[in-house]
Design a protein around this ligand. Sequence first.
Ligand SMILES: CC(C)C(=O)C(=O)O
Length: 469
Amino acid sequence: MAIVEFSDHTNLLEQSAYKYQLQDVEKPNLYRHLFEYDSIPKVPFNHRLVPMGMPKEIWVTDTTFRDGQQSCSPFTVKQIVDLFKLMHRLSGPKGIVRQSEFFIYTDKDRQALEQCQNLGYAFPEVTSWIRANKKDFELVKSAGVKETGILVSCSDYHIFKKMNLTRAEAMDKYLGIVKSALEYGIRPRCHFEDITRADFYGFVVPFAIELMKLMEESGIPIKIRACDTLGYGVGYPGVALPRSVPGIIYGLNHHAGVPNELLEWHGHNDFYKVVSNAGTAWLYGCSSINCALLGIGERTGNCPLEAMVIEYAQLRGTMDGMDFTAITDIANYFEDEIGIPVPPRTPFVGRNFNATRAGIHADGMLKDEEIYNIFNTEKILNRPATVMVDSHSGAAGIAHWINGFYKLTGKKAVDKRSELVAKMKEKVDALYANGRNTVMGDYELDNILRECDERAYEYFQIARLDDED
Ligand SMILES: CC(C)C(=O)C(=O)O
């Protein structure tokens, strides 16, 4: 049996003034005053401020190969292994990308899992996701996987409408499944599906308390993953349950005694809140944020893993040895090898995230790149800031393009007032005057420059090749 290595949850429970009991209601509580269905859901406030308390250690976990893969064509084994290697590179020596979860249903799933395990990395740890039946527990065990995700849906939408159970029956069923996992010596990770529409004090907390009792009896850590399945979570101060991200994390920690390191947040982006909700979960006591590469996942997707490792660096003030250039390689891999396009405006990875077009911005970039670039994207992400040339870029845009494309710096850099830039601008302007409406490509501009000044072209080519050496 695994030794329990987490902070003392009994202490946390003792500090809680009130012991919440299961409310086995006859009719489902669907929070109709918030979720009418025929109107936009409402954000309720009770103006109670929840205390912040970021855990000592925070990290991210990955669901690219589970929730992510559910939303797109299945990956090949090689694609999974290649992405896993990139995640390992990103993770750094402290294992900030701590775990990654795998299906184990098909031969292909199991091959991918085994090949990733055989890489022998400490991080990310390979975990699984199963349907709760004996066969799947045996699979987890024989694959040598120590932790598995188990679905324990917790809103009345699921308990009453989907499973046709009462709360007491659902809780009983779930506890039975968790006990089986413990009997197999497997660490259960309980996915509290739809927690942002669930009765927090009438079901979520009493159920979590029972899980903590099982943890104490078995000595095996039980994780609780708070799943904001439809992205209803809100992080504003003073927001009320069940939509309050601070309230959910604080409540699980203080009223159910779930230690920070056994709390995980899994959000979706239906209301554009996935990244800020995840940051909020960290700030209010959740150690782990579940993410997917590029935010792939059901409907609007999961929390983008690359966003959260950068958020980690912002909140902690250190990259802790993570290699963020792997983020750029991951995005390229998705586009080139898997065929999943990255929307151009996507922060940190989209083609345009650090590209500017407007002449006035290009002018600023020429004077000092910091004026219009969020950080040194070339150094940190291996993505130099660029200026795209179109009808709005002007002489400054063209000069910036020349200097960027041919890597001309210092004295070699071309000035926006130079003759070469003026000639190129004339040609570019003529194209747009004749009805062109797309951005200029690098090689088109390369040709235009050659037409304008063959000698400069040759000189720049050499400068560019020298830089590559
Ligand atoms: C299926 C569940 C666990 C999930 O992924 C979610 O709630 O988003």
